[in-house]
Design a protein around this ligand. Structure first.
Ligand SMILES: O=C(O)c1cc(=O)[nH]c(=O)n1[C@@H]1O[C@H](COP(=O)(O)O)[C@@H](O)[C@H]1O
Length: 275
């Protein structure tokens, strides 16, 4: 999917919501456990109930890999369902990959070609030659960790290296890489106050912003400091939407939570664009 297509979808749906499909069999409603593929059944019900409210879905691969081959098959069924039923929805494989170039190429093929995701999350730690193989794919997006939502972000990401905080160095340096226009960045919603500085370095890039809901980040603050002329934000919520109810009404309850976020986004967009 092109970035312009994503921007068009945001305006059409009046939403920049990304729903994180982090499926935990200990948390899903018990009646689904009797089905052949509980993870897929859960995702399908969530997607059916919320697809008009979200512009992106983000399965975190850990939640599928944890269930072995069956989990990977559920991931494959989920992405196929999204691509077939909702081709206008942006898909993110949250896999946080990155390795020597030769290996990164295979990771990129796995997520962009085999599974046909629109984007994948990567870690910047191994540098240019570990990320550039992901950037080679036309109309695919590589979402690189910049400043993460967790407490450990302060261990390395905000430390000063050659007079600059490391996360800023990551942003600056990555702009010089081949096909850098295919980069997006992760900034945690819990770090909203850093967004003004981040926007000085990457004014035009899209940001994936996880950490609203269960981690306590503020949607209003993220938009105040992080929104650009193209909107430039995908705000993710996973547990806050998926596990709103443990009962048979789980999909309806998820829809209500997604509606709350989407209507807040609609008001913000209205203020920003007047449309
Ligand atoms: O890359 C991510 O999506 C990510 C980066 C980050 O800094 N913090 C973060 O929470 N995430 C992911 O975003 C999701 C957040 O889930 P909830 O806290 O349940 O909304 C999980 O899949 C996390 O792995």
């Amino acid at each position: 999917m092109t970035t312009q297509h994503l921007v068009d979808q945001i305006h059409k749906k009046k939403s920049f919501l990304c729903i994180g499909l982090d499926v935990d069999l200990d948390k899903i409603p018990k009646h689904l456990l009797a089905t052949e593929d509980p993870i897929f059944e859960f995702n399908k019900a969530i997607i059916d109930a919320t697809h008009h409210l979200a512009v992106a879905y983000k399965p975190n691969t850990a939640f599928y890999e944890a269930y072995g081959l069956k989990g990977w098959q559920s991931l494959q069924k989920t992405i196929m369902y999204l691509n077939e039923q909702h081709p206008n929805i942006f898909t993110i494989a949250d896999a946080k990959r990155g390795d020597i170039g030769n290996t990164s190429t295979m990771y990129a093929k796995a997520f962009f070609e085999d599974l046909a995701f629109d984007s994948v999350t990567v870690a910047p730690y191994m540098g240019k030659d570990s990320v550039e193989p992901f950037l080679n794919f036309k109309d695919k997006h590589t979402i690189m960790l910049a400043l993460t939502s967790n407490q450990g972000a302060f261990n390395f990401q905000t430390k000063t290296v050659e007079g600059v905080e490391l996360y800023k160095k990551v942003l600056e340096t990555s702009k010089t890489w081949k096909n850098a226009e295919n980069l997006m960045y992760v900034v945690g919603a819990t770090k909203a106050e850093f967004l003004s500085d981040i926007r000085k370095i990457i004014p035009d890039s899209f940001l994936l912003v996880p950490g609203v809901g269960a981690q306590g980040g503020s949607l209003q603050e993220v938009c105040e400091y992080g929104m650009n002329d193209q909107i430039g934000l995908l705000i993710n919520s996973s547990r806050g939407i998926l596990y709103a109810s443990k009962g048979e009404d789980f999909a309806e309850a998820a829809k209500v939570q997604a509606e709350l976020l989407q209507s807040e986004m609609m008001s913000i967009l209205l203020k920003k664009t007047g449309a």
